[in-house]
Design a protein. Structure first.
Length: 114
């Protein structure tokens, strides 16, 4: 049994080495015949990947711009709210001043000369 296993292993190594040399020969001939195709294929892959990277860069830049604009919007909304509060306070002060006015009498000019 041990001898059969050694023979099987030797036969397998022989076939594998033959297959390996055939593969090397085929790869060498494929490379020599199709170099331009491989280079063009690689260039197309690089262009596609560059396009994906560029798209991701633009999307992340856009997201950062949106976040920045949201912060500016919040700041402007707060400023507008503060301005509205100040305007409301001024309106209330004006209304209070009107309430505090004393009516003018018909003879107001007579009291002035005294």
């Amino acid at each position: 049994m041990d001898e059969k296993l050694k023979n099987a292993w030797a036969w397998l190594r022989y076939k594998a080495s033959g297959l390996w040399s055939l593969a090397q020969k085929d790869v060498g001939s494929i490379w020599s015949e199709n170099k331009v195709f491989f280079f063009l294929f690689g260039a197309v892959i690089l262009v596609i990947k560059f396009r994906d990277v560029l798209i991701n860069l633009l999307v992340s830049s856009g997201k950062a711009e949106v976040k920045s604009d949201e912060k500016k919007d919040q700041k402007l909304a707060k400023e507008a709210d503060d301005a509205n509060k100040q305007a409301d306070a001024l309106v209330q002060q004006a209304q209070k001043l009107e309430e505090d006015k004393k009516p003018v009498a018909e003879d107001w000019y007579k009291n002035e000369n005294k």
